[in-house]
Design a protein. Structure first.
Length: 320
């Protein structure tokens, strides 16, 4: 069986082709074009670019796979989170494409959330699909990106693949937003995560911001303010970058420990573009919990997890 995954997030147009017999996922994705110096796009512009990029990516994916794409089932993300009222217009582009393809090929279309896709892509790439077995215990998952700093409790579910319950998050600025705003201040190109990590590698500073959690949730607006102060005082850009990532790592680790104590979970999964940063990953591995991280290609926005979701709805366990 061949399954097509479609994800049109606020940052990336993404397609994935899952061959369930070979256990292989091919991806084709493209960042949305953001004007120089800007920290994102208006939703109307995001929808426009998705509509333009989807046909191009579809053709490129077909060339990469080596055959015309005739899916047996389609998965598509239709909302940011699996919660009532969760909505962003950018997902309409993917939804429209999925429904047209589903109707034209006469195949089922399975709708899920962008967050669910991130979690399933992380489990797939980390070789942890057994965390979704019927007898598996609930686990924690972090989805940390430009639009989210979410810690959720994940319960294996026969139909949904995973039932997601919010545990904690950011009370103001999201981790990815902080990284991008600080990166732009330092003259980096949006999205700034990879370039900021490279810049931070030039510093050995261990300094980070002081913080307190509130019921397990964090506040990150102070991080941006402190980095702006460092910048005005002439601190080295590499030290500012290192301070940023040290601080994000410390916050996520503290949130992890608080959530584990609250939920009694013994396993935690890390997904989302921010958590592909190696400095942050190294800090998060120093816990007593069993930890798993998505591989870089499956950590940033992608349609792979959406394809995995559709495969599970079709009855495939995806233990590849």
């Amino acid at each position: 069986m061949n399954i097509l995954g479609i994800d049109t997030s606020n940052y990336t147009t993404s397609l994935a082709w899952l061959d369930t017999e070979r256990g292989v996922i091919e991806q084709q994705k493209q960042l949305l074009p953001v004007p120089e110096g800007a920290a994102g796009l208006r939703q109307s512009d995001a929808v426009f670019h998705h509509v333009r990029q989807l046909p191009v990516l579809f053709r490129q994916l077909s060339e990469r796979v080596g055959t015309a794409l005739r899916p047996d089932a389609i998965g598509v993300s239709v909302s940011p989170r699996p919660q009532e009222g969760s909505y962003m217009p950018c997902f309409l582009a993917g939804m429209a494409a999925a429904r047209m393809l589903g109707d034209s090929h006469g195949v089922p279309v399975y709708e899920t959330s962008h967050q669910t896709g991130h979690i399933l892509a992380a489990l797939y790439s980390a070789g942890c699909m057994d965390w979704l077995n019927a007898d598996a215990l609930p686990f924690l998952a972090f989805h940390v990106s430009g639009g989210t700093t979410d810690c959720v409790r994940c319960i294996p579910h026969a139909e949904k693949a995973v039932q997601i319950e919010p545990v904690s998050g950011s009370l103001d600025l999201k981790a990815g937003q902080a990284i991008d705003r600080i990166g732009l201040m330092l003259g980096l190109k949006f999205p700034c995560g990879a370039a900021l990590e490279q810049l931070a590698s030039e510093s050995t500073s261990e300094q980070r911001m002081r913080f307190q959690l509130k019921d397990g949730s964090c506040s990150l607006s102070g991080l941006q303010n402190q980095c702006e102060t460092m910048y005005r005082k002439g601190a080295a850009p590499s030290d500012i970058a290192r301070y940023t990532l040290n601080s994000v790592a410390a916050v996520i680790r503290a949130m992890t420990e608080a959530a584990a104590e609250k939920t009694q979970a013994s396993s935690v999964l890390y997904a989302g573009g921010v958590l592909s940063d190696r400095l942050i990953q190294n800090a998060l591995r120093r816990t007593d919990l069993r930890t798993a991280f998505a591989e870089p290609a499956f950590s940033c926005d992608n349609a792979a997890g959406v394809a995995v979701y559709a495969a599970r709805r079709e009855g495939f366990s995806c233990r590849f």
